[in-house]
Design a protein around this ligand. Sequence first.
Ligand SMILES: Nc1ncnc2c1ncn2[C@@H]1O[C@H](COP(=O)(O)OP(=O)(O)OP(=O)(O)O)[C@@H](O)[C@H]1O
Ligand SMILES: [Mg+2]
Length: 249
Amino acid sequence: MSLLRVEGLHKSFGGVKAVQGVSLAVAAGELLALIGPNGAGKSTCFNMLNGQIRPDAGRVTLAGQDITGLAPRAIWRLGVGRTFQITATFASLSVLENVQMALLSHQRRLMRLWAPLSAEDPTPALALLERLGMAEQAARPCGVLAYGDLKRVELAIALANNPRLLLMDEPTAGMAPAERVALMALTARIARESGIAVLFTEHDMDVVFTHADRLLVLDRGRMLAEGSPEDVRANPAVREVYLGHEGRH
Ligand SMILES: Nc1ncnc2c1ncn2[C@@H]1O[C@H](COP(=O)(O)OP(=O)(O)OP(=O)(O)O)[C@@H](O)[C@H]1O
Ligand SMILES: [Mg+2]
């Protein structure tokens, strides 16, 4: 059974039909890439799934529960994680403290933050950082990290909420090609190990074709193609509108 099921999403901004009838499903442990040219409606889809934008029409269900139009906080509480918002990390706090904060927040214990974080058992946060290859940098302030390492901390923060579904809108934007591949490889491994469903968008076709189990191609708000990387790569309509003139990166 699919963990995430999306049926007939629509959203217009004034006269712009940003998303017109998008349906998709993602299973636990599966990586679905949402791709398409600039302005295709990818971010609008993400924002409808995470609660930032209310759809004009359509339905979103998570493990059978209708979450359409719920507030972002409520959707997050149900286990929908988002990654890679730079502002989600506190630059002056250490890597460890950032992850400890995220774990406390997940356990709804943030009210205890008047107590020093150093009084908390660091073991769970260190274990998470270990999984992401960031344990050695635990004591460094986030503000001094290299960009790729900051992305790993942001992934750790998202995972601290123990998500069932991760939404990743251009997670590797701004990263060097080798770092992009490494970050998505890490994400894919963790998603498969932990049975997390991942919906991601990405302009780098190497990353998409290497790590996605399935692809969904949008063009001007509409679904153009869907299928395995091989099917989509061979689809003439996709080649025409998308692969022929790659994205902006
Ligand atoms: N808040 C908004 N107000 C008005 N128009 C918007 C708004 N958000 C998106 N749009 C328009 O909706 C369309 C889809 O935009 P969206 O950001 O979803 O595309 P995208 O696929 O994420 O593109 P990109 O690859 O550039 O990130 C575009 O025409 C965009 O200009
Ligand atoms: Mg976008």
